[in-house]
Design a protein around this ligand. Sequence first.
Ligand SMILES: NC(=O)c1ccc[n+]([C@@H]2O[C@H](COP(=O)([O-])OP(=O)(O)OC[C@H]3O[C@@H](n4cnc5c(N)ncnc54)[C@H](O)[C@@H]3O)[C@@H](O)[C@H]2O)c1
Length: 267
Amino acid sequence: MIDYKGKVVLITGGARGFGAEFARGFAGRGATVVIGDINTELGEATVAEISRGGSACHFLSLDVRSDIDWAAAVDYCVSEVGGLDVVINNAGVEISELYIDTTPQACRDLFDINLVGTMLGIKHAFLAMQPGGASGRGGAILNLASVAGLSSTPGLAAYSASKAGVISLTKLAATEAGTFDYGVRANCLCPSLFNTDMGRKLLNDFPGLGLGESVEAVKEGLIARIPVGRFGELSDVVNAALYLCSEEASFINGVALPVDGGMSGAG
Ligand SMILES: NC(=O)c1ccc[n+]([C@@H]2O[C@H](COP(=O)([O-])OP(=O)(O)OC[C@H]3O[C@@H](n4cnc5c(N)ncnc54)[C@H](O)[C@@H]3O)[C@@H](O)[C@H]2O)c1
């Protein structure tokens, strides 16, 4: 069983959804987890729930778009919690709209969180984890991309472009970390549609865009495209994360791992 005792894991967007489930999963394996999110109320509630189970979990206010917030978050991990071993760049947003309805500001806002936020997360992880950095013991970065970054779904242009960008940022991070011997691996996950606030919103948006007659019809169409014949559970994504960030995956670097029941491979 993969063990994270003695490791400090910083998870952005950990107040709910995948992020909260990552927090439960890593804390359950012995890690000290730090949740960084803009939603303080929900983030503190998630931390309280995990802490009640006896695990070490902390909340801090972090807007991933802010270089200053990132510096403070990493400083908190190192000085208050004992280091930084894993950064999960999970915070993200989506917009579902057709090209013909695109508004520049909505796209810029999305790119700011999904791309600039991820870039800053990589930057501060490198600064802290590299030899001589504030933590200085290497580590692992996991970014949240999406199958949308691998394939084409109408209505998701800005979101898909941002997730294709996250895949590119991940490969580049793995390469740059190797070039400068930071002792850091970087990988990303490409999940299909999951039952979170974001996943439910996406499903509900599709019929309104003319992409399916009803939510039920969209769901049936999606399941028909998944070779294992079911939607994924959040635990499927957490298990992939626990593996990729562990020593067991020490030779896995720069990959974009679909967690999609085979959907992207089926074309
Ligand atoms: N749910 C899916 O079906 C799915 C599929 C593929 C990829 N993803 C990706 O997984 C990640 C998590 O998705 P989710 O479904 O849990 O989303 P969610 O909307 O349920 O949760 C996102 C979290 O990010 C936080 N957040 C938003 N903006 C932030 C910011 N600027 N700084 C810090 N935190 C911020 C929110 O407060 C929230 O807690 C996202 O990157 C998403 O694109 C989700």
